[in-house]
Write a protein that binds this ligand. Structure first.
Ligand SMILES: [Zn+2]
Length: 296
């Protein structure tokens, strides 16, 4: 499922494909991807692409004249470039370029979303304005992460995935960042120490860097698709050995999603995390943890 790195890879590909070319025709099929938005507005997205921006998991395309498009890849959405005339499975919208190529938005499961914006205002969309800090474009230090997430009462991993706090982290990269930082996903944000926030911020950047290194290219394959290989350190590895220490990776359901973690590398603190504070051991997770195999 695409998160910040996968959306950023899409942005870089689109920027390269559109560079020096014009969209001569834009067309879209009437699918759920548009959520009722006017398809006629999509058909007007022609000419030169003047800006290709990203915030969190949102792509923001601006064409000449200020006409814009917000695109969210959802669970299975992706942009691919193919030669004119090529049949492309699950193509939902297309940009025909003057170089003979067609850029398709493909989405088998239709959880992606597109919203054409007639004249400017992409950054004023409520869904975009509601986003929190983007770790890539706005930076993310330990103190900045603590400021964004520290006052949440939710479990740490659930709070990290709150797009209004940090934009772009999802189930995979939140788990990877926590593993890299050696922090248990069920900790409460208030229990983290400054060094832990620092390690976690570094973990986010390291997880993203790893994703870029492993996945950057024109035809990304998501983990859920046939032929993909799981190269992540902890995500999707429940009941297998930890890539660092060999301990069996465990999983439990958290905020409706499956969380993967290593109980040895990411222990729950036994005592108070900070002197004078009560223990933050979240008993409901210990008691209610139901190991599940590879459900995402
Ligand atoms: Zn381990």
């Amino acid at each position: 499922m695409p998160e910040l790195p996968e959306v950023e890879i899409a942005r870089r590909n689109l920027a390269r494909w559109f560079k020096g070319h014009r969209v001569v025709r834009a067309e879209a099929d009437a699918t759920r991807v548009f959520r009722g938005a006017e398809l006629a507005h999509f058909a007007r997205l022609t000419g030169r692409v003047e800006a290709l921006e990203r915030k969190g998991k949102y792509l923001l395309l601006t064409l000449e004249g200020g006409r814009g498009l917000m695109a969210h890849l959802g669970m299975t959405g992706k942009f691919v470039r193919r030669a004119q005339g090529e049949v492309v499975p699950y193509s939902r919208a297309r940009f025909h370029l003057d170089d003979g190529f067609v850029i398709h938005f493909c989405d088998p499961r239709l959880f992606g979303r597109m919203e054409p914006v007639p004249s400017g205002g992409l950054w004023e969309l409520a869904s975009v304005k509601a986003l929190g800090r983007d770790p890539l474009t706005e930076g993310l230090t330990g103190p900045q992460l603590q400021e964004a997430v520290g006052d949440s009462k939710q479990d740490l991993k659930v709070a990290l995935m709150d797009q209004g706090r940090v934009a772009g982290l999802g189930n995979i990269h939140a788990a990877e960042a926590l593993f890299r930082a050696g922090v248990h996903p069920a900790r409460k944000p208030a229990s983290l120490t400054p060094p832990e926030w620092q390690r976690l911020a570094e973990g986010v950047h390291a997880a993203f860097d790893f994703a870029f290194k492993e996945q950057e290219g024109e035809d990304i394959v998501y983990l859920e698709e046939p032929g993909s290989v799981n190269r992540f350190l902890v995500y999707g590895r429940a009941e297998g050995p930890c890539s660092r220490c060999g301990t069996t990776v465990e999983s439990f359901t958290q905020g409706g999603r499956t969380t993967h973690f290593c109980p040895k590398c990411q222990p729950l603190p036994k005592g108070p995390a900070r002197p004078g504070k009560p223990p933050k051991r979240p008993s409901r997770v210990v008691d209610g943890a139901k190991p599940r195999s590879r459900r995402r």
